[in-house]
Design a protein around this ligand. Structure first.
Ligand code: SF4
Length: 510
């Protein structure tokens, strides 16, 4: 068996376990590329919504492709990146539509384009190359470091504006003729024409809610789960969050009948998706009807201040065994600074609910390195986690704070790798044996920060880092060599820690 054939057989085995796969023939071929492996890509409802949308057009077919689990195996077997449904080279499609969820997926995009044999830079592509269209959650904050690799960027919700792109491609002509038709369409950013000027994000019409997933698969974190949007956006205003209400028109709700009516009979589990899904005023009714149908449920986010005995009972009946909530700020004071409405009393109540309703663990997500954070904030966090763990088994998921564009905390500095690592070590040490502390890497958070704040300069850095193997040392060298305005990884140490008072003054409320 050739190595290329073996790769195809692995993919066929995964496809054979899917329900809902779409297969068709049509003149305009679109490769939908997810620059992370299948497990992540198929957990993205937005990716599935676009797959449904494009395949609903009689003149278009969309097939999927993902960053391979083992790119080296593809490279050594000289297998170009293929679409999964018909095993066609990605480069043979008229359009490659990429969904980027967050900054650190950018090297995956470069890897995929390279494996596909498509020139990385839009400026190096010729008439025989596909049009590379970039979209996804990253476009809500800052797609600039990815923009030189894209011919067109869809800013925000893409289900409607994708048709303008497909119409332009179907009308034919040269690449420049196609781009000419797109350059003035609201929501479309053409980097070669618009330069580093970020355009506003767009929202799709509310009649499109709720979006239903298409494919159910056992091979994701959300195994065998049908994904459906209960709402879009958020009406709250946490100052660090890209999805806060000013970003995209606030919270838009789907009606229970529309949510429940589109669930396929074969779906054993239903995942309700939305930035603030637990704020849906009819959540209890929706969950009640899902659970009454004998199905398990999942929620993409759950606010501690929305929990109630009724909701907890439904979560237990729907298969919940870990209660996951976010506190975000390390202390009560920082939660106020971050305009987070969650308070200690809500988190304590969540711990009591977890204990009462048979949850194995209360998992609390939070950030460290928030602007203005002091040692006293971390003292309070440690004491509070001990208190929670006396009520119920508790796990802490910690992420270093990264300032994002399109938020009030944009341009605030990264706390410093050593600073953040010191805080993480302290949490591990002082909570050992009581609270399970898991954290994402401070080093990679600094790379994420550089990409989140960067422009086209960070495209140069990303390409250099990827070409040099993509390790942290390669990124550090590349950022130093190319980035125009990125704070060094440990500048915060040299500056000393700011005081809490500074934090209130430096970060005005929205
Ligand atoms: S963190 Fe959650 S509640 Fe706050 S603005 Fe973002 S989505 Fe809304």
């Amino acid at each position: 068996m050739s190595r290329s054939w073996a790769l195809r057989q692995q993919i066929e085995a995964v496809l054979s376990d899917e329900r809902g796969t779409l297969r068709k023939e049509a003149p305009v071929r679109v490769a939908m590329l997810y620059p992370s492996p299948y497990r992540a890509g198929m957990s993205s409802l937005g990716f599935q919504l676009l797959y449904r949308e494009i395949n609903a057009r009689p003149d278009c077919v969309a097939e999927r492709s993902f960053l391979p689990d083992d790119p080296a195996a593809w490279r050594s077997s000289r297998t170009p990146l293929m679409t999964w449904e018909s095993w066609t080279p990605v480069s043979h499609h008229a359009v490659v539509a990429v969904s980027l969820a967050y900054e650190l997926e950018l090297p995956g995009l470069l890897e995929c384009l390279d494996l596909a044999g498509i020139p990385l830079r839009a400026s190096d592509r010729g008439e025989a190359d596909p049009l590379v269209v970039l979209g996804g959650p990253l476009t809500f904050s800052n797609p600039l470091p990815a923009a030189p690799f894209a011919d067109v960027v869809v800013m925000g919700e893409g289900e409607e504006v994708i048709h303008a792109i497909l119409d332009a491609v179907e009308a034919g002509g040269s690449r420049s003729a196609i781009l000419d038709r797109l350059v003035d369409v609201p929501g479309l950013y053409v980097p070669a024409v618009h330069g580093e000027r970020l355009l506003p994000v767009i929202a799709a019409d509310n009649v499109r809610l709720p979006g239903h997933g298409v494919i159910v698969t056992p091979h994701t974190e959300l195994a065998d789960m049908h994904l459906v949007e209960a709402e879009r956006g958020c009406h709250r205003r946490c100052s660090f969050c890209v999805m806060r209400r000013s970003t995209n028109g606030g919270m838009r709700l789907a009606e229970p009948d529309a949510i429940l009516g589109g669930i396929p009979d074969h779906a054993r589990r239903v995942g309700l998706v939305g930035a603030a899904v637990s704020d849906h005023p009819k959540l209890v009714e929706i969950l009640d009807r899902i659970v009454a149908g004998g199905r398990e449920v999942g929620l993409s986010s759950l606010r501690a201040d929305r929990l109630s005995p009724e909701l907890m009972e439904l979560l237990r009946a729907g298969g919940y065994r870990t209660l996951t909530v976010a506190s975000d700020g390390a202390s009560e004071r920082l939660r106020v600074v971050l305009q987070k409405v969650i308070r200690e009393q809500h988190l304590l109540q969540a711990a009591h609910y977890a204990a009462t309703y048979g949850m194995r663990t209360l998992k609390v997500y939070m950030m460290v390195g928030v602007p203005g954070e002091t040692d006293e904030d971390i003292d309070e966090l440690i004491a509070f986690c001990r208190e929670l763990s006396r009520i119920t088994p508790t796990a802490l998921g910690v992420a270093p704070f990264v300032a994002k564009r399109n938020t009030p905390l944009d341009r605030t500095p990264f706390a410093g790798i050593r600073e953040v690592e010191g805080t993480l070590r302290r949490l591990q040490r002082e909570l050992r044996g009581r609270v399970d502390v898991r954290s994402t890497s401070a080093r990679w958070a600094w790379v994420e920060y550089a990409l989140a704040q960067g422009g086209f300069d960070m495209a140069d850095a990303a390409e250099a880092a990827w070409r040099a193997g993509g390790g942290f040392a390669a990124w550090k060298r590349a950022i130093r060599a190319h980035a125009r305005d990125v704070q060094p990884p440990d500048e915060a140490l040299r500056m000393g820690r700011p005081t809490g008072r500074f934090a209130h003054e430096a970060h005005p409320r929205a």
